[in-house]
Design a protein around this ligand. Sequence first.
Ligand SMILES: Cc1cc2nc3c(=O)[nH]c(=O)nc-3n(C[C@H](O)[C@H](O)[C@H](O)COP(=O)(O)O)c2cc1C
Length: 401
Amino acid sequence: MNQGIKISEDIYWIGVNDYETDLFESLWPLPKGVSYNAYLILDEKIALIDTVKGGYFSQYLDKIKKMLPEGKSVDYLVINHMEPDHSGAIKVLVEAYPEMKIVGNKKTLQFLEGFYGITRNTVSVEDSEVLSLGSHKLQFYLTPMVHWPETMMTYDIKTGTLFSGDAFGGFGALNGGIFDDQVDLEYYENEILRYFSNIVGRYSSMVQRAFKKLEGLNIKTIAATHGPVWRKNPDKIIELYDRWSKQETEEGVVLVYGSMYGNTQKMMEAVAKGLCNEGVQKIRLHNIARSHLSFIIRDIWRFKGLIMGSCTYNTELFPPMKQLISAIENRMMKNRYVGVLGSYSWSGGALKELEEFATNRKGWNLVEPVIEALHSPGEEELKRCELLGKNMAIAMRKASE
Ligand SMILES: Cc1cc2nc3c(=O)[nH]c(=O)nc-3n(C[C@H](O)[C@H](O)[C@H](O)COP(=O)(O)O)c2cc1C
């Protein structure tokens, strides 16, 4: 993928793949890398949409040079998002094309000065303003907090291409194909949800606000800054994003437990049996010490049911479970059915914290019974765990009737 790839008339993908970064934002694992998508529009005026992470500048510049017609230079750089994985190449790009104008909104330009000290050759655009490149007219939609305050989207009126920034994007480098009709979509959908739930989900209400703004646009292609370009079925990713940002959940249960010596794990396995006996197939069991938080958050975002179990550790919750609770609170997750269980060997403490969390979350429904085992669960407690699974299955069924 050394050349630009045409995505619609006069528009080319000139992104790069990063297979080296282990943790995106120093937080989120990238088992299969990530792409930094950027685009080039060749019209009377030549425009770039976004750049790439700093270290990938030379690949990006090579692609631009190969695509530029003889004697032409870059006229505009449109910045949809200032996060450094997209803006990191701006400074060197300005050195390569000193006369290029940098287009962003008022906030973008503040960030541009703050991050890179750039104030020259900037063009400030307002919401719904149009920039003409010749036959292509770019219309700007300010979409603050999807996912930074300066975030905007750019719509090409001629081709119906929406350059959406981080919205609709996800993890996973683009291997070979870059389009939704070329790649393993199931993989990318999961990774787009992991990206959304961990990074953008907190700002779901702003995503909904952005959807209102984009209503009525004839969107034929979605070109996000990460992940596949949606040319065959852009409606699919729009529908998914709409559902996720409304926090609409599917029937299914996430089981998360913290267990040092297997007693709490035994309890959670009994819950899983109870769910299975009631016909629940979508069960996602996570040992919190083994699954990275981002995968657990992704599953919790997707499913209606959540059951949390923790052993007691120094009078409190098992430490990673605290982190999970804080992540759920930070993302303001709503409308879940929740069950809790715990274990201890003397004074306890874990279950009390889980119960408090479950009962204090607005719009969450606690499913009974709440179960606590001293040392190791006996037959009686394991039966109650199965019952919790059964009751969760019934509660979910009722909710979807
Ligand atoms: C390092 C450590 C700290 C613990 N702290 C407490 C505690 O403060 N209060 C308590 O009742 N039990 C405490 N326990 C006991 C465990 O919570 C209890 O044995 C529990 O059943 C272990 O469950 P597990 O097998 O799922 O790890 C502690 C155990 C360990 C290893």
